[in-house]
Design a protein around this ligand. Structure first.
Ligand code: B12
Ligand code: SF4
Ligand code: SF4
Length: 174
């Protein structure tokens, strides 16, 4: 995510940049699937955002086919912050994640252990306007109600990303 997009006052900019990134990653995933199939490895793309099947309507809790931030952590792409997001050493928490599923075993990069959230940091937890974070998971119902504006024309506009903004690792390690 270009850092200025998250700083923009008008939430349409951040929403638009997010959509473009999801689309770009989905296309990279699709092309990777074609390239792997040509090498005899079966591969399918996984949506970077929507749709997903799992939906608990009462709690407004959704789940993707895989949790990409957990997969990225296991793939050695970064650490999981207390805001639940993946923090990549170079790109910070502004990094977006793509994934494909394949039927071949591959060697993962080592899990990142050379940095972590500072022991007493609670900036993201304190900054969340509706206290949706507990340091391990996010209360999706709360987050969705606050961070998604359902526009009368049917669009979803993302109106909050405070837990990303305040993090000292927003754009990577200093
Ligand atoms: C649903 C969803 C949301 C939900 C939930 C977010 C979340 N943290 O999981 C809501 C609407 C709240 C949301 C908000 C945002 N999202 Co979102 N979202 C997703 C999506 C589509 C699925 C994530 C998911 O399945 N979560 C459900 C589960 C896995 O999470 P959980 O409940 O916390 O899991 C815990 C427990 O359930 C338990 N658990 C999980 N599995 C299992 C299994 C067993 C057997 C057991 C016992 C327990 C267990 O352990 C987990 C850890 O405690 C992913 C894309 C993807 N497919 O991964 C993007 C994704 C996580 N979102 C992303 C982004 C950018 C955002 C926002 C910043 C957007 C914004 N408003 O600006 C906010 C950030 C809010 C936040 N702090 O999380 C990015 C994150 C990038 C990064 N750097 O980490 C992702 C990866 C999209 C992408 N492709 O890049 N999102
Ligand atoms: S996106 Fe906003 S509402 Fe959702 S967890 Fe982060 S700070 Fe809280
Ligand atoms: S704000 Fe602090 S606690 Fe939250 S993810 Fe960033 S470093 Fe970790």
């Amino acid at each position: 995510m270009p850092p200025e997009a998250i700083n923009a006052e008008n939430p349409v900019i951040y929403t638009h940049a997010s959509h473009l990134l999801y689309d770009a990653l989905d296309k990279i995933g699709l092309n990777l699937c074609y390239a792997l199939e040509n090498r005899g490895i079966h591969a399918v793309p996984v949506p970077t955002d929507v749709p997903y099947l799992h939906w608990d309507a009462e709690n407004k809790h959704g789940m993707g086919i895989i949790s990409m931030r957990h997969a990225a952590y296991n793939a050695g792409l970064g650490i999981l912050g207390r805001n639940t997001l993946l923090i990549n050493g170079e790109l910070g928490n502004l990094v977006y994640i793509g994934a494909i599923l394949i039927d071949a075993a591959i060697e993962p990069d080592p899990i990142v252990t050379d940095f972590d959230c500072p022991p007493n940091c609670t900036l993201c937890l304190d900054a969340c306007p509706i206290k949706a974070l507990n340091g391990i998971t996010v209360n999706q119902k709360r987050c969705r109600q606050y961070s998604t504006l359902e526009h009368p024309r049917g669009w979803d506009i993302y109106t909050c990303s405070e837990c990303r903004q305040v993090c000292p690792y927003k754009t990577g390690r200093e």
